[in-house]
Design a protein around this ligand. Sequence first.
Ligand SMILES: Nc1ncnc2c1ncn2[C@@H]1O[C@H](COP(=O)(O)OP(=O)(O)OP(=O)(O)O)[C@@H](O)[C@H]1O
Length: 335
Amino acid sequence: MRSIEARGLTKEFKVYQSRPGLKGAFRDLLNRQYRTIRAVDAIDLTIEQGEMVAYIGENGAGKSTTIKMLTGILQPTAGELKVNGFDPHREREKFVKTIGVVFGQRSQLWWDIAVQESFRLLKQVYQVPDADYKQRLDRMIEVLDIGELLDQPVRKLSLGQRMRCELVAALIHQPKLLFLDEPTIGLDVLVKENIRVFLREINREFGTTVLLTTHDISDIEALCSRVVMLDQGKVIYDGGLQELRRNWVKGKKVHFELAREVDMSELEARTAGMPLRWERKGERQVVLHLEQPDLAVSDVLAQIVQHVHIVEMQIEEVSTEEIVRKIYQEGMTLA
Ligand SMILES: Nc1ncnc2c1ncn2[C@@H]1O[C@H](COP(=O)(O)OP(=O)(O)OP(=O)(O)O)[C@@H](O)[C@H]1O
């Protein structure tokens, strides 16, 4: 079963332009000029039930606009879209029962009433049977550790407390698909970890599909094996996190500290023909630049350990965050 199937999904906005001065304002009244922004530009996206996918891109790339179409808030300008088997906009009433949504800035909890009252209201809205409701809620209260918050009005909760309650609210009806927009923004490390563990659990246990938009790369590393990257409304990468790293990490650096002064010519001679470069950093310090991702550090070590005494060694990996930043900066097409 497919969670999301989009073909040529497009959204255009008309943005009215105003001309300067009083004369301009009059002319605008009679004949308004506008330009068209293609916020989402013919994207194809297929997400299978049970996948956890990160949907990322720079500010203005078109992420929110896509999510708004996928959740039925906006109607696409063009393209075909099925989410959980429904047309999200046209079949909105039936469709919303099959999704859960956590948008960092917007709350689905009622501000002035106790958290558990909000949960009860949502139970009514989604017509969750009593037994299911009790079982799900008890479990979520325990895993997310929100027992003490249930009697508090939402306005009194800290951001981390509120986000945990938002997650419960989004999952009361056990949706097949969960949209998360910046779920861990501004949260401390412990709460973040708590939320990630919980998300992995519901994914494993119920096969819940998760589509996550985030600027926090550690969320992606912790949760998603697939990344869809958007740039100017177009998908520029759709694939595994590992492949993304492999494509972009052109090499690694290994820092060595040796027992004796470095003999560069010996290192070079022993590793001749390998795609690497040695750099002297100090009397006993040397850096190895591996220039191809498939050259293993162990292959190089095998050539030199018999001849040089290594005191310390440190491999410098490029973080996913750096890779993503590089892709945004260079605007390369990977797809
Ligand atoms: N209602 C609207 N009217 C006109 N233009 C819009 C509207 N909503 C979004 N846009 C434009 O569409 C483009 C994509 O915006 P969108 O909010 O989808 O990006 P985003 O990737 O979610 O960015 P961010 O990370 O900042 O939330 C931007 O150029 C934005 O200005």
